[in-house]
Design a protein around this ligand. Structure first.
Ligand SMILES: *Cc1c(COP(=O)(O)O)cnc(C)c1O
Length: 352
């Protein structure tokens, strides 16, 4: 069969989505499925929509456009602050965008007016992870300007934690977000319809909280696709962890010294080389590399470990000789999945 390839099990992805949609629903929370890790591939997106997610979110306009072109019938949300050079495309292909700059919102307003539509916005709020968002004290000024933009509809607020600095979206951060929603309603009399609490890192909080406050939506990517939560990378009960499998083919396998010889300087990818204790061992090369996936993000078959990886070679220590042509199967983490699904060298093969 063709290799390298990533096998996609739609049935497992659907099942994962149903479990998570159900858990969230019991707490009054809807799920926006984040499609960026699979490049907006329409069959996966459709499976997620059928499993009950209320919207599809992506940080890249090209992925949202792909969903539109392929007639995935869903609400599209742009979850990264739009580039000024793309606002017209955002208004055309997304009902709603997440925003962190007033200047961008004003450009969106002009484009929406020109296109004769009303564009919805969610304002992202910085709560300490130091990635995107307005500082809470900037909101008042922003909201009074947003109120005057007739082609912009203020839908609500959101936050994103655990992505840049690993700040945990715990009960304290979530009540802070809820309080901000209450304050906007009381001080500006603007209804806050959506409070988007975060990403897969929020699941621990969701599962352990009796009350979620004003939070009524989560944006889930990793947990839907890989069955894991990103804080400790634990498998979530009831979710499949093998909906995606990366498969590569063995092209060399022989006993070699474990140490290089000759005068040694930097290798092509200096951070990646590791060597075993002096001696000899079975070294196996798989035709799979950094162009195809993130080698450090692969779970290897039992007994094997990663010695190094370059653009096109995955070098493994194996317990014995691997027959040339044998296929080896690897479970990708989020980084490996993201790269595999967006690499032109990786063949995507649906297996259900
Ligand atoms: C990627 C992304 C998500 C999804 O995160 P997961 O950890 O994969 O669930 C949610 N929100 C924003 C703003 C994102 O960029």
């Amino acid at each position: 069969m063709i290799a390298p390839r990533i096998e996609i099990d739609l049935a497992k992805i659907s099942a994962n989505a149903k479990v998570l949609v159900d858990i969230a629903k019991k707490k009054g929370v809807s799920v926006t499925a984040v499609t960026k890790a699979f490049g907006g591939r329409p069959d996966i997106a459709r499976a997620l929509v059928h499993s009950g997610v209320v919207a599809l979110g992506d940080s890249r306009i090209s992925n949202l456009e792909r969903l539109r072109t392929d007639c995935v019938r869903a609400r599209n949300v742009m979850i990264r602050s739009p580039m000024l050079s793309q606002v017209a495309r955002v208004v055309r292909s997304a009902q709603c965008s997440f925003n962190t700059e007033m200047e961008t919102i004003e450009h969106l307003a002009r484009c929406a007016e020109a296109q004769g539509v009303v564009h919805e916005i969610v304002l992202m709020i910085e709560l300490g992870d130091l990635r995107e968002g307005f500082m809470p004290e900037e909101l008042d000024k922003c909201l009074s300007r947003v109120r005057d933009l007739s082609s912009i509809s203020f839908l609500g607020i959101g936050t994103n934690l655990a992505c840049r600095s690993g700040v945990i979206p715990d009960a304290e951060k979530m009540s802070e977000l809820s309080r901000i929603a209450d304050r906007i309603e009381s001080q500006h009399s603007m209804p806050v319809h959506v409070v988007s609490g975060g990403n897969s890192a929020n699941l621990e909080w969701l599962l352990s909280s009796a009350a979620v406050g004003r939070v009524n939506d989560l944006r889930l990517g990793e947990s839907l696709l890989l069955g894991t939560e990103p804080l400790h990378r634990n498998r979530i009960d009831g979710l499949a962890g093998d909906a995606f499998v990366v498969v590569g083919e063995v092209i060399e396998s022989r006993r070699k010294p474990t140490q290089p010889w000759g005068n040694v300087a930097q290798s092509a990818f200096p951070r990646s080389a590791t060597f075993e204790a002096p001696g000899t061992g079975w070294q196996t090369i798989v035709a799979l590399g950094r162009q195809d996936t993130d080698p450090e993000g692969l779970t290897l078959p039992t007994g094997m470990h990663l010695l190094g990886a370059s653009s096109d070679h995955l070098v493994l220590a194996t317990p014995d000789r691997q027959v040339i042509g044998t296929e080896l199967r690897f479970l990708p983490d989020y980084s490996a999945l993201l790269r595999a699904m967006t690499s032109i060298g990786m063949h995507q093969v649906r297996c259900t």
